[in-house]
Design a protein around this ligand. Structure first.
Ligand SMILES: NC(=O)c1ccc[n+]([C@@H]2O[C@H](COP(=O)([O-])OP(=O)(O)OC[C@H]3O[C@@H](n4cnc5c(N)ncnc54)[C@H](O)[C@@H]3O)[C@@H](O)[C@H]2O)c1
Length: 392
């Protein structure tokens, strides 16, 4: 990398020097009574070199990842709400690399600019700092509506705001979709099934949600978001897609989001106790983020409008999952148990029959592969945290 940087600056220096020498030569040309053709030649060379300098400056300031060139027939204007968050930023990466024009809207409550900074300045990318509980006016063809805190500590931090985001915010986005004729995909959740009495959970199951419990701001917020989606579809002919997303993990997830994946990884990496809340017999299924992104894009572009589960049906007890993490990371962390938390779902496993049938989708990334990538990310993040200046 250092050699590349050195090489780049050497070339840049040489080009700038040549421009300067040629410009001087031009200035002095009067003294030496050069003929017109010499001057023309020198001007052309200067123009050429100036172009090269500009090109080098551009490529040095923004080394964007490659994006496809799409003709206007295929290029879509796509809005991603919550695009600076964990899932949103991966979706944005994919849509950008496919060559679409992507606008993201985020209030940075749980999202971060660093998740999408690598696109800032790209001609196909736009970032709007905006809270979706206020109306939004943009012209787009598709809307991926992901804005909402997703982890329990985040959505319980300000439950009223969580409800507003999922109700008023969703009304605003559905209204926008209606005004501009855009198709909208609403990110719902497996939490609409609550603590399920049916296993595995298929989309026909209506759920078992405590409407006044600590998780209800999120669970009921998402259930209203689904109800709103189908009300707009019926009454206003808005084209809606609803993804019921199950537990998803991967790089860029919040290191302190209090969820099982991030808790266990960071505890194991720091040789702290791995904490299981409750018996450890409760189950979860874990989907790698690239699988989810595949599913979201397939769903958006499909003709299927009923809700669809997107999740990995491989089911682990929390105890098993703690052992998997410990095995991959190594270390000496003991696995300890603490009291369970209220309304914690006891079993979670999606039926993905619909996704297979209507989208041809099923998850591809094995747990060990996805976890290794996630652990690598967490290691880097922890190193950065530790390197930060500590308060005096
Ligand atoms: N990650 C999962 O396991 C999972 C599971 C089920 C459902 N989901 C859903 O997927 C979506 C994305 O989840 P995530 O894990 O990326 O969460 P995240 O917290 O990383 O991302 C959510 C983004 O929405 C933004 N946001 C929140 N409230 C907003 C508001 N009022 N206005 C504008 N922006 C706002 C946040 O700043 C953040 O960038 C959410 O809707 C979530 O409910 C995620």
């Amino acid at each position: 990398m250092r050699i590349l940087v050195f090489f780049f600056f050497t070339v840049l220096f040489a080009v700038v020097l040549s421009v300067k020498l040629l410009a001087d030569a031009l200035e002095n040309s009067g003294n030496h009574a050069r003929n017109n053709s010499d001057i023309k030649l020198l001007s052309e060379k200067i123009e050429n070199l100036t172009l090269q300098v500009n090109k080098l400056q551009d490529s040095a300031s923004k080394p964007f990842s490659k994006v496809k060139k799409l003709s206007y027939l295929y290029k879509k204007r796509i809005l991603v709400t919550g695009g600076a968050g964990f899932v949103g930023s991966h979706l944005v990466d994919r849509l950008m690399s496919e060559g679409h024009e992507v606008t993201i809207v985020d209030n940075f409550f749980t999202g971060s600019k660093k998740n999408i900074e690598h696109w800032i300045g790209h001609e196909n990318f736009e970032l709007i700092r905006h809270d979706i509980i206020n109306p939004l006016y943009v012209e787009v063809d598709q809307i991926y509506h992901l804005a909402s805190p997703a982890s329990p500590p985040h959505y319980m931090f300000n439950p009223v705001k969580t409800i507003k985001t999922n109700t008023i915010g969703t009304i605003n986005l559905l209204g926008l979709a209606r005004r501009v004729g855009a198709r909208i995909l609403v990110a719902s959740t497996s939490e609409v099934y609550g603590d399920p009495l049916v296993h595995p959970q298929d989309e026909d199951y209506w759920g078992h949600v405590n409407p006044i419990g600590p998780r209800s701001c999120y669970d009921e917020g998402k259930r209203v978001a689904e109800a709103l989606s189908y009300a707009y579809a019926k009454q206003e002919n808005v084209e809606v897609r609803v993804a019921r997303i199950f537990n998803t993990y991967g790089p860029r997830m919040h290191i302190n989001d209090g969820r099982v994946v991030s808790n266990f990884i960071q505890q194991a990496l720091q040789n702290n106790s791995i904490t299981i809340y409750g018996s450890g017999k409760q189950t979860r299924s874990f989907q790698y983020v690239s699988d989810l992104v595949d599913g979201l894009i397939l769903l958006m572009n499909s003709n299927y409008s009923a809700p669809i589960n997107l999740g990995n049906p491989d089911e682990y007890t929390i105890e098993e999952f703690a052992s998997v993490i410990k095995e991959i990371i190594g270390g000496v962390s003991p696995i300890v148990k603490q009291n369970g938390v209220q309304d914690d779902p006891q079993r979670r496993k999606p039926s993905i029959r619909r996704a297979k049938l209507y989208l041809g989708w099923s998850p591809k990334v094995p747990l060990a592969v996805g976890l290794k990538k996630t652990i690598k990310y967490f290691e880097k993040e922890l190193m950065k945290e530790n390197a930060k200046d500590k308060p005096l």
